[in-house]
Design a protein around this ligand. Structure first.
Ligand SMILES: Cc1cc2nc3c(=O)[nH]c(=O)nc-3n(C[C@H](O)[C@H](O)[C@H](O)COP(=O)(O)OP(=O)(O)OC[C@H]3O[C@@H](n4cnc5c(N)ncnc54)[C@H](O)[C@@H]3O)c2cc1C
Length: 438
């Protein structure tokens, strides 16, 4: 009987342990925390968005090559995940593609997983932190400060650096390094974004519908030649913008920048940039359901009707009142300007429309590991076999979950990755383990 040691009792570790045990292995799971699945309890605001119905989940994941992620995902697709939990006595339901347990409680997910581990006689060792691992012949030795576990195979399912209070403190990367593995730079993902600007305190707490685009900008030297005098005179360098990603939904303004699911989805592209404040910009369309032409037409008509009233009255039905002075300032106006002035001035109207439809934010980085949901980066997948998740450097060593360089969008993609990779590693570790070691 193969002896499999799983380091980490998170989503991927518990799935790996259950799968290895079902495939005939004697399994021991070791975790630094005092209970299994602490991070699962936080997921989906306590409701656990455990997968997504998407048939191509790899397309919402980043880091490793798509084909590499696909090869792992196909072992346990979202419908298999739902069937797996149903068989454990946990039916699920779907809302807008997101899948949740019918109980609406993430604690139900940890409850069914831990009871399945007990049924399969998996040993669960809690409050034991693994500090080192080494190979002695064909045996893997996994050490705490006072004990050494031995196995034919070891699965590192230690998570990332995201939400370290759940036990995921980055120590898994050190264990992977001890086995000679390369770690790709680890950065926060699915997290709020910090922005330049002195108006954020005034708008903190405001929520609005928006479409936000993240661009990479390249400043160019002012062009010479006829008609280019203004570029040279103003000293402002023209820029080239390349769209990285666009997201729509509810934008949350905070005292330091922006947040909300749409910002989370963009955050990994900001945290992985070496100089976000120089290279990247965010552009928010604060009225995404109106075209620029329609907005200009309505504003002109309304401005004429309002006559001597001041500009805030013109915008009152379009924008949250806290955003109005910020928009007016961006457009070079004040709340003392009258609607009449605006109605007769195409340039002023154009500036106002532009400020609403192209509100520019300069990102300075993201919130830290304490706040993020997952990490971009991790164990370089070029050194890991996607068919088995076995190390390409050390036989009998496997990886599962977030420790690998794979991160997904919000919507259940990260847990989908944890289940699929845990299943892949658990099955392979039980079936081959050290038998492959020559
Ligand atoms: C607030 C929040 C909300 C989220 N919501 C969702 C959601 O709704 N849907 C979704 O798909 N994803 C969500 N995620 C992401 C998802 O929870 C993770 O991607 C997933 O849980 C990762 O599983 P894992 O098994 O790889 O790692 P983890 O769950 O982090 O588990 C790693 C385990 O390893 C243990 N460990 C680490 N190092 C050692 C060591 N040296 N020795 C012993 N034990 C060790 C840790 O104690 C931990 O228990 C959310 C994350 C957060 C923080």
């Amino acid at each position: 009987m193969k002896r499999v040691i799983v380091v980490g009792a998170g989503a991927s570790g518990m799935m790996a342990a259950i799968t290895a045990a079902k495939n005939g292995a004697a399994v021991t799971v070791v975790d630094a925390m005092d209970r299994a699945g602490k991070k699962i309890l936080l997921t989906g605001n306590g409701r656990c968005n455990l997968t997504h119905v998407d048939e191509r989940p790899e397309e919402s994941c980043f880091g490793a090559e798509r084909v590499w992620i696909r090869e792992v995902m196909r072992h346990l697709m979202p419908e298999d995940v739902r069937r797996f939990f149903l068989e454990l006595g946990l039916p699920t339901f779907e809302k807008n593609g997101y899948v949740y347990p019918v109980t609406g409680q993430s604690s139900s997910v940890t409850a069914v997983l831990t009871s399945e581990m007990r049924r399969l006689k998996i040993k669960l060792k809690l409050s034991e932190k693994i500090l080192a691992l080494e190979k002695d012949g064909t045996i893997w030795k996994v050490r705490t400060d006072s004990w050494c576990y031995e196995g034919d195979a070891v699965i590192l399912a230690c998570g990332s650096k995201a939400a370290p209070r759940t036990g995921s403190d980055g120590s898994g990367y050190e264990l992977a390094k001890m086995a000679g593995h390369r770690i790709r730079a680890v950065q926060p993902a699915l997290t709020p974004v910090l922005c330049e600007g002195d108006f954020f305190q005034a708008v903190a707490g405001v929520r609005c519908r928006a479409t936000v685009s993240l661009y990479r900008v390249t400043k160019k030297e002012p062009r010479k030649g006829p008609g280019r005098e203004s570029e040279k005179e103003s000293g402002r360098k023209p820029e080239e913008k390349r769209l990285i990603r666009r997201e729509s939904g509810e934008l949350l303004w905070t005292g330091y920048g922006v947040s909300g699911i749409l910002v989370f989805q963009l955050s990994r592209f900001i945290s992985t940039s070496s100089s976000p404040e120089k290279e990247l910009i965010l552009e928010a369309d604060l009225l995404p359901d109106l075209s620029e032409e329609d907005l200009a037409g309505i504003l002109r008509m309304k401005a004429k009707a309002l006559g001597q009233e001041k500009l805030p009255a013109l915008l009152a039905g379009f924008l949250n009142e806290k955003l109005i002075p910020v928009i007016l300032k961006r457009a070079g106006m004040t709340k003392k300007n009258s609607c009449e002035e605006m109605a007769g001035d195409r340039e002023l109207l154009g500036r106002l429309v532009w400020s609403i439809k192209h509100f520019r934010l300069i990102p300075r980085g993201t919130k830290s590991f304490d706040t993020c949901q997952v990490c971009a980066g991790g164990v370089d997948t070029a050194q890991v076999d996607c068919r088995t998740l076995e190390s390409g450097l050390q036989s009998g060593l496997y990886f599962a979950g977030e420790i690998l360089d794979v991160d997904g969008l919000c919507g259940g993609y990260n847990l989908q990755w944890a289940w699929a990779s845990g299943y892949t590693a658990g099955r392979a570790a039980a079936q081959s383990g050290s038998a492959k070691i020559s």
